[in-house]
Design a protein around this ligand. Structure first.
Ligand code: HEM
Length: 183
């Protein structure tokens, strides 16, 4: 590990983290400001239309620099499997968020966005935050606490359970929203 190439890729990895995660935080802070009535919905969609590109570039940079980092490290431990799962979740969730964004970007100030779309947006933003913070924490632990972490014992099961929980929450939320709109 601690060789010059490793540090070069780590630098690219961290620079991409600043760009990608920084843009995620800007987008989500705008969302929070909108919830508190400080900015309009069109402002939020306008900002997220711009930051989305930076998020993708940052995420792509993290993956591109992460692969040589893993090769130089020479092993994938249990916690790294969880991290890679979270990275994949960020990617898939990002595509879904992009599609959702396309559906809500034409709403003007004062127009009601359907509750089911608001639910999907909220869930997607929650998943994005959890996955980014999770990957960040695991990266930090590997680098600064212990290089090899053989935990959890069954990483694939942990990932499957996490995925099943999100899918259940999604299905439950959609059903609840439909009932609420019909009532
Ligand atoms: C959203 C995506 C990612 C985030 C937020 C993230 C975050 C981090 C962080 C915070 C560090 C510690 C840097 C330091 O303190 O010096 C790190 C290191 C590292 N990352 Fe990532 N990373 C991501 C994606 C990836 C991917 C896709 C790979 C591999 C394909 C990867 C492999 C590594 C490796 C090998 C290290 C060195 C530490 C170690 O695990 O031994 N990362 N990452």
């Amino acid at each position: 590990m601690d060789t010059t190439p490793f540090y070069v890729f780590l630098f690219v990895h961290l620079s991409s983290l600043i760009l990608g995660f920084g843009s995620v935080l800007v987008t989500d802070l705008y969302g929070l400001l909108w919830l508190r009535g400080r900015v309009s919905f069109p402002q939020v969609t306008k900002v997220s239309g711009v930051t989305a590109r930076f998020i993708w570039v940052g995420w792509g940079g993290m993956v591109a620099a992460g692969i040589p980092l893993i090769l130089l490290k020479g092993m994938v431990d249990d916690l790294m499997i969880v991290k890679l799962f979270l990275v994949a979740v960020i990617g898939v969730n990002g595509v879904l968020l992009h599609l959702l964004h396309k559906r809500v970007e034409h709403y003007k100030e004062g127009e009601d966005v359907p509750p089911v779309l608001m639910f999907r947006l909220t869930l997607s933003l929650l998943v994005s935050q959890l996955a980014w913070w999770g990957a960040l924490l695991i990266g930090f632990l590997h680098r600064h606490v212990q290089s090899v972490i053989s935990w959890p014992d069954t990483p694939w099961l942990a990932c499957a359970l996490a995925l099943a929980s999100v899918l259940l929450l999604w299905a439950g939320g959609e059903a609840a929203m439909k009932r609420w709109v019909q009532a």
